[in-house]
Design a protein around this ligand. Structure first.
Ligand SMILES: Cc1ncc(COP(=O)(O)O)c(C=O)c1O
Length: 411
């Protein structure tokens, strides 16, 4: 691929026979702008054929070629699609990266990263992570000879001690799902870089509005774009953001060879979602802070997991590497029984009982039986994920209404 394909959103327009070329912001201008501007304009440029301000949904499987191998940069939609291209440009820009790839789900994006490895390679990863990532590692990739070593990554020392000559990848989630543990990305990059070990960060919980791991030395960012990037609970999608061109080429090869690409309609929805990312994350964080403090003061509530508390073990690191603390909160009840947790989970009206997170509407979830059911109970309990733990994805409704709902449900 020529370089301009990555860096010029309008590559296909330059090669267009149409004379209708509209001037628009180019990547080099947008990358120097403030986040709020990036969210609105990243990847977006008027459609060359009509001037449509919104990126069209290019619902096509293939592209007509003038002669064999003479085309406009698009050959077949598993390999390239203009709507996906616009989104991938946006993804790169909002994470301060050079390149990005969009996948059909967050798990598909993680799958592509692990496919960079060979049998015998070792991955150091967190002992508290999204259950689906754990399932992918243990049930799919272990049988191909890839070894996963689970440590508490909130102490970088644990990672350092687990490194061997076979370590090829460090996979961290920060904040973690669901216990909101924090890992110091810069400290881990200081361990991975000299040894040429890839560092991948699942940045789903923070979103690019609150944390930018490439700036802190990560090699790959993974997002479940299903969550805050989409923001409206209407799409499943994943993303990888990268700075290194060779790494981008390897991941692109995996993407087109394995085929886990998102459809253009889904790309359009995420492009639209990103436009309000900054506003939404501000509202999620404000509501999250109010609800976390309210829960902490409630007589029936036990431990509350939220990195914005000054007594959270990762508070200092979260304050250093995050712009705010987001809208994800987990908590236990003083009556630590599954029955009581289930009663609360079934009693809310505004908080909907559902898997997923990051949408504008508030969700309540029971990790032990829902999002993290694929982790064996013994493993879960050992790592602090109790049977009665409740996870909230605080939406952007009025915080008073949300608190009223929780007040009635907790009793
Ligand atoms: C932190 C985290 N990473 C990855 C994923 C997987 O993403 P997807 O559901 O889009 O495949 C999820 C899904 O809940 C998640 O919460």
């Amino acid at each position: 691929m020529p370089d301009e394909w990555y860096f010029n959103t309008a590559f296909y327009k330059i090669n267009d026979t149409s004379s209708f070329i509209i001037s628009h912001l180019c990547r080099s201008e947008i990358i120097n702008m403030k986040p709020a501007t990036k969210y609105i304009h990243a990847g977006a440029s008027p459609d060359p054929s009509t001037g449509a301000i919104m990126t069209p949904i290019y619902q096509t499987s293939t592209y007509v070629q003038e002669a064999p191998a003479v085309n406009k940069g698009y050959e077949y939609a598993r390999s390239q699609n203009p709507t996906r291209k616009a989104l991938e440009d946006a993804y790169a820009i909002i994470e301060n990266g050079k390149y990005a790839l969009a996948f059909s789900s967050g798990v598909a994006a993680t799958d592509a990263v692990i496919k960079l490895l060979q049998p015998g390679d070792e991955v150091i990863c967190g002992n508290d992570m999204y259950g689906g990532t754990y399932r992918l590692f243990t049930k799919i990739f272990e049988k191909f000879g890839i070894k996963f070593i689970y440590v508490d990554t909130s102490h970088a020392e644990n990672i350092k001690n687990a490194v061997t000559a076979n370590t090829k990848l460090i996979w961290i989630e920060t904040p973690t799902n669901p216990l909101m543990n924090i890992t110091d990305i810069e400290a881990v990059a200081a361990i991975s870089k000299p040894k040429k070990i890839l560092l991948a960060v699942d940045n789903t919980f923070a979103s690019p509005a609150l944390q930018n791991p490439l700036d802190m030395g990560a090699d790959i960012i993974m997002h479940s774009a299903t969550k805050y990037l989409g923001g409206h609970s209407d799409v499943i999608q994943g993303a990888l953001m990268i700075n290194d061109k060779d790494l981008r080429e390897k991941l692109y090869f995996i993407q087109k060879s394995c085929g886990a690409v998102p459809g253009p309609m889904d790309c359009f929805l995420v492009l639209r979602g990103i436009k309000t990312l900054g506003l939404r994350m501000k509202a999620h964080s404000e509501n999250g802070a109010k609800i976390a403090h309210w829960l902490k003061a409630h007589p029936k509530v036990g431990k509350v997991y939220w990195p914005g508390f000054t007594d959270h073990p990762g508070y200092a690191i979260a304050k250093k590497q995050m712009k705010d603390f987001g809208g994800m909160i987990s908590f236990e009840l003083k009556n630590d029984s599954v029955e009581e947790a289930k009663r609360v989970l079934s009693s809310t009206h505004l908080f909907s009982l559902a898997e997923s997170l990051g949408g504008v509407e508030s969700l309540i979830n029971h990790p032990a039986t829902m999002t993290h059911a694929s982790i064996p109970r013994e493993e879960r309990i050992k790592n602090g994920l109790t049977d009665s733990l409740i996870r909230l994805s605080v939406g952007i409704e009025d915080a008073d209404d949300l608190i009223e709902d929780l007040k009635k449900a907790i009793g």
